[in-house]
Structure formats: C-alpha cells, structure tokens
Design a protein around this ligand. Structure first.
Ligand code: GLU
Length: 424
C-alpha cells in the first residue's frame, strides 16, 4: 500500500515525469553522458497559444492551444493534435517525447512533436469546430511546415479537422500544401489504409507476440478498453484477420462483456446510435476497472494514459497487453507486469502503425503519386514486423522488458543523429 502511494507521489502520475523517467532508464542502460540525457529530456521548443472563436450565439470564446516540438534530429517534427477538455502541457510534452521515440524505433525519418487544444468537441457545433481548427493553425503556422513539423490526428480529431487545417495552412501560404498534415481524407491526398493504420499495426504486433508466446489467435479471447478509432478497429481487425473472440469492450461511460464473443461491427453501430457501447443487447454491463482485470489472452488499452497502475497491475489476468493508447502503463505497473510474466507490447511499438502510414502519406504527397491499399499494408507489415523482432532480441539479450528495449533502440538512434549533426 505504501508503495502504491509512493508511485503517486513520485510521478504524481504526471505523464511528462514518467516519460522523463523512462528516458533516464534507457540513458543509464546506454551509459549516456548526463548532459546528453538532459538534452533529450527537454522539448526543443514549445508554444502556448490563445484562440478566440466566434460561437454560434454570437459571443467570442477563448481556447488554449499548445504545440510541443521535442526533437528533430532525425527529420521534421511529427505528431498528432488532440482536442480534449483535460489537456495539459505536461501530457503534450510526454506525448511529444513518445513521438520522437516511436519514429526512431520504427525507423522513419521524423522527429517528435504533439499538439493539443483544451476543448470539449462534444459541446461544439460543426461551425465552431471548424473555427477552432482554423484558429489553431493561424496561431502555429510559423512553426509548422512540410519540412518542419507535420501534424496529424489524435484523440478527438479526425480527417475532417485535418482537411480544414490543411486548407487554412494552404490559404496562409498561397499554395496547395497537402503534405503539411497527414490523416486527411482520401479525396484530399490521404493515404489508403491510414484510417485503421494504428489498429492494423497493432494487430500485426499481436500476431508476432502470439507467435513468440505460442498462442493460437483463432481461439484467443480479447478485451479492449476504449472504442474510438484505435479500439473499434482493433476489435474488427482481430476478428477479421485471426478470428479471435472479442469478449469485452468499453468506452468512457463503461464496458460490456459477453463470454461467447461480441460482434464488433454491431457494437460500433450501437455506439454510433446511442453514444456508448454500454447497454448493448446480449451483453452484460461491466466497469472499465473490471474489464482491465478480465482473464483474457489479449488486453488492448486503447484510450488514455495511466489506466494500468500499481493499483491494478497485480490483478491483470491477460497474457499479452497490446498498448494501442499512448502511455497506458505506469513505470511501477511495468515492473509488476514484467515480474508476473505478462508480455507488454509497448505503445511506441504497438501503436506505431498510425505514424508509419502517416509517413507513407507524406511521401505520396511529396511525390504526387498514390499507392494501392495492399502496397500500404505490405510495407506497414514488413516494417513493423522487422521492428518487433529487433526489439524482442534486445529485450531477451538484456533481460529487460520490451518497453526499455524499444526505448534503448530509439534513444540510441536519436543520439547518433544528434552526434552526426554536431549538436553534441
Ligand atoms: N497521433 C498518432 C500517434 O500518437 C499518429 C501521429 C501521426 O500520424 O503523426 O502516433
């Protein structure tokens, strides 16, 4: 109990403190000099902006926005934009660090950044949302650019928002610039396979982990926390690709459980109709806490940070945790899970499919040529599968968990780039 309390005190479950602690851990293993470690622990640049938006009732409402650029030694900054009522600068700092590490471990030529606007999209009309999206770009246009910093979607942002943002940037610059942002609709230069890329990449990682652990996915049970873009697509894909049984899913309002398996498409229809997965016919309502502790083969946290902590790590009953969310597991929980033999596919590997297809989208936009869907899937699969075995090798060699192994590979690549460029 005392230790449980100490985790809260130590990081206050602050994602930035956690990301910095993770960097310290990798740096120690890599025997990096303290000044190099100090450099990678801080964002290169961060801005806070104030965005006035004219609301439908004629009043002006003020919103706060941020863009944090962590490290661009390996290429332009890259990372999504979140619209969330609880957004904080520290969450965005952590997410920016994780983007740098994600792009490095998967070996795409980008650095890491993240943006956010404090708002509740559910309370905004379509017109107000467009005004806010355009207003955000007006305030950050000087520090973004196709060769500088390329945003993308994240929690509560989508292809329509990317379209408005691309249009606003193009207007400001006087030229058409689809390559300024990724995650666009297909008709505006989006890539085939981008909409379900995060989940598809995650499905490939689950497939490889199952191979490693000798788990047959066609008889595997799965629980999914979060039913947004990543969560709903992973449910659909795991059933479609491997015929796995999705026994439980949840969203912010609660979860549902059916021992015989749920139909992910029907659950999605129910959620779109009623606003939540709960009260789905032929399923029992459960809490998010209960979902995380179910006895399943695969657990996919697909919502926000810090859902697996020291409080519940001992009660996790899954064989594989596939982190489709960013930062769902705290450092102390990681230790407990590793000791208990739970195989965690860490976020920067498990959810790297999104940014990988974003990279493909950017390449296609720059070359003015679009690829077939199967070409995208194939390139994504090969890159992610190769990375999985690279990370596993380091983890087995050093007897460390997959997260520390992935961080070591990523930090090493970032440091190498900084050295070659003469920064350190
Ligand atoms: N927001 C996604 C992530 O956290 C995708 C970022 C991107 O496509 O640039 O990885």
């Amino acid at each position: 109990m005392q230790e449980k309390a100490s985790e809260k005190v130590k990081y206050n479950l602050n994602p930035f403190a956690i990301a910095q602690w993770q960097l310290d851990t990798a740096a120690k293993k890599l025997k990096l000099k303290p000044e190099i470690c100090a450099l990678i622990k801080e964002p290169m640049r961060e801005i806070q902006v104030t965005i006035p938006v004219r609301m439908d009732n004629g009043t002006i409402k003020i919103f706060k926005g941020y863009r944090v650029q962590h490290n661009n030694s390996r290429g332009p900054y890259k990372g999504g934009i979140r619209f969330h009522p609880d957004e904080t600068i520290d969450t965005i700092r952590a997410l920016a660090i994780w983007m740098t590490l994600k792009c490095a471990v998967i070996d795409i030529p980008f650095g890491g950044a993240k943006g956010g606007v404090v708002c509740n999209v559910k309370e905004l009309s379509e017109r107000e949302l467009e005004g806010l999206s355009r207003g955000y770009i007006d305030k950050i246009d000087q520090i973004i650019g196709p060769e500088k910093d390329i945003p993308a979607p994240d929690v509560y942002t989508n292809p329509q928002i990317m379209s408005w943002m691309m249009d606003e940037y193009s207007k400001l610059k006087g030229n058409y610039h689809p390559e300024i942002i990724t995650g666009k609709p297909l008709s505006l230069g989006g890539s085939q396979g981008r909409s379900d890329a995060t989940a598809r990449g995650g499905a490939f990682m689950i497939r490889e982990a199952a191979k490693h652990l000798n788990i047959d996915l066609s008889s595997a049970t799965v629980a999914i926390q979060g039913y947004g873009n990543a969560g709903s697509y992973i449910a659909i894909l795991l059933k479609e690709l491997f015929d796995s049984k999705i026994v439980a899913v949840s969203d912010s309002k609660g979860g549902i459980y059916n021992d015989n398996g749920l139909d992910p498409q029907e659950v999605l229809k129910h959620k779109n109709k009623t606003g939540s997965v709960i009260h789905f016919p032929e399923a029992e309502n459960i809490s998010n806490g209960q979902l995380l502790e179910l006895k399943v083969d695969v657990l996919c946290p697909s919502a926000l940070e810090n859902c697996i902590t020291l409080q519940n790590a001992e009660h996790i009953n899954a064989k594989i945790i596939a982190e489709l969310a960013n930062g769902p597991t705290t450092p102390k929980a990681d230790e407990v899970l590793f000791e208990r033999g739970v195989f965690v596919i860490p976020d920067i590997l498990c959810n790297a499919g999104g940014v990988t297809v974003s990279y493909f989208e950017w390449v296609q936009n720059l070359s003015g040529y679009s690829w077939e869907k199967n070409e995208v899937y194939d390139k994504l699969d090969r890159r992610m599968t190769k990375t999985f075995w690279e990370v596993l090798k380091v983890s087995l060699e050093h007897r460390i968990n997959m997260r520390v192994a992935a961080h070591m590979i990523a930090v090493n690549r970032v440091v190498e780039a900084m050295k070659l460029r003469g920064w350190i």
